[in-house]
Design a protein around this ligand. Structure first.
Ligand SMILES: [Zn+2]
Length: 316
């Protein structure tokens, strides 16, 4: 048996955010500054809304509780998450608490968060990856209009994340024929976008990757990456070397193609302050990723992978 969850409504393409019929009295939640989001809102043509713009990256549960309290009894019809992953994650959790529906509109493309049942929320200053069917968007709007404003570094990291998610998701033990279809198509499109300089294809590739891996899982590459994230390396950048080495370990059909993408994006080798043995102890309990890896992974395997990541440039 397998099942697939996708948002009730998906609007994709040029003018998707402009032509969408937004309900009255929506609460727009965003992480960006007013001079940027005012332009977005004007483009969307949305009238009669309230805005909450104090969400910070890696949102904490306290922020969500305070938004809930601030807007209680104000007849909010829906939440609109407008921005990167943090804005969307806040909407997902809020909607679970209040039962109010949510529309998710990504403005950076890579995580595919608008398609998934995942949310990352901080509790006691620790990021936690949560999964709940209640996190699924009632509507997701993917409009390439937002792409040109994205700085190169964010775009590069997002593109790498999307390609890592699609290829790890394809190989995951939780994959099924339909998730593989999405992951394969996602990877083909992302590869074309990156190798042949067609950034306009990234939003669609990232969206398909979100459906694919969101209904299977990511695996060893993601598991390895978090010790680098803990030392401040951006998620997509950490995946460039981690997923390349993980694909090699798994003998993935995507090994060479993923590496070529990372070479094209000119990612530098990674460094790690934490001793490899201690890093492996941090990674081993991450069963959510490791149990779904196509090959069994021992602590020794993880040390070997980490050694390859930091001591030989796997992208050379
Ligand atoms: Zn990821």
């Amino acid at each position: 048996m397998w099942k697939i969850l996708i948002p009730k409504k998906i609007a994709y393409g040029e003018n998707a955010a402009k032509e969408f019929d937004y309900p009255d009295n929506a609460l727009i939640i965003t992480t960006t500054e007013s001079k940027i989001y005012e332009k977005w809102i004007e483009y969307m043509g949305i009238k009669n809304y309230t805005i909450y713009d104090k969400v910070t990256p890696d949102p904490a549960i306290e922020t969500i509780e305070s938004i809930k309290a601030e807007f209680e009894g104000k007849n909010i019809s829906c939440y609109i998450g407008l921005g990167g992953g943090s804005s969307m994650d806040v909407c997902k959790y809020l909607s679970k608490l209040t039962g109010i529906p949510k529309i998710l509109i990504p403005t950076t493309f890579g995580t595919g968060a608008e398609m998934t049942t995942y949310a990352v929320i901080s509790f006691d200053h620790k990021k936690k990856l949560l999964q709940d069917e209640a996190f699924l968007a009632d509507a997701a709007i993917v409009d390439p209009y937002f792409l040109p404003g994205t700085p190169f570094n964010i775009m590069r990291n997002s593109a790498c994340d999307a390609a890592a998610q699609a290829s790890e998701g394809y190989d995951s033990k939780l994959a099924n024929p339909l998730t593989k279809l999405f992951c394969k198509e996602a990877f083909d499109i992302l590869e074309d976008a990156i190798i042949n300089d067609k950034p306009e294809l990234l939003p669609y590739g990232a969206m398909l990757s979100g459906i694919g891996f969101g209904n299977s899982s990511t695996t060893l590459g993601h598991a390895l990456s978090y010790v680098f994230s803990n030392e401040g390396v951006p998620h997509g950048y950490a995946l460039s070397s981690c997923t390349t080495v993980a694909h090699k370990f798994n003998n993935s059909q995507y090994t060479e193609r993923f590496k070529k993408i990372c070479q094209k994006l000119k990612f530098e080798p990674l460094k790690l302050k934490l001793p490899l043995d201690e890093a492996a102890d941090v990674i081993m309990p991450d069963r959510g990723h490791l149990d779904n890896n196509p090959r069994d992974v021992s602590k020794e395997d993880i040390i070997k992978c980490l050694d390859e990541i930091v001591n030989s440039n796997p992208l050379a």
